[in-house]
Ligand binder design. Structure first.
Ligand code: ZN
Length: 51
């Protein structure tokens, strides 16, 4: 289960596009976007280096 590192809430909306990869916290008093620093970030760096 996802847990917001800022408020500790567990209501998150996963969000992914070309530039952002993470979860949007749905707590009304938080609302932060928490980027996921997952293993996939390393492979993404390699893609940029190919360009
Ligand atoms: Zn939060």
């Amino acid at each position: 289960m996802w847990i917001c590192p800022y408020c500790g809430g567990n209501h998150g909306l996963p969000f992914h596009d070309e530039q952002l990869d993470g979860v949007l916290c749905l707590s009304s008093d938080c609302g932060r976007f928490v980027e996921e620093d997952a293993v996939s970030d390393n492979t993404r760096d390699w893609d940029y280096m190919d360009l």
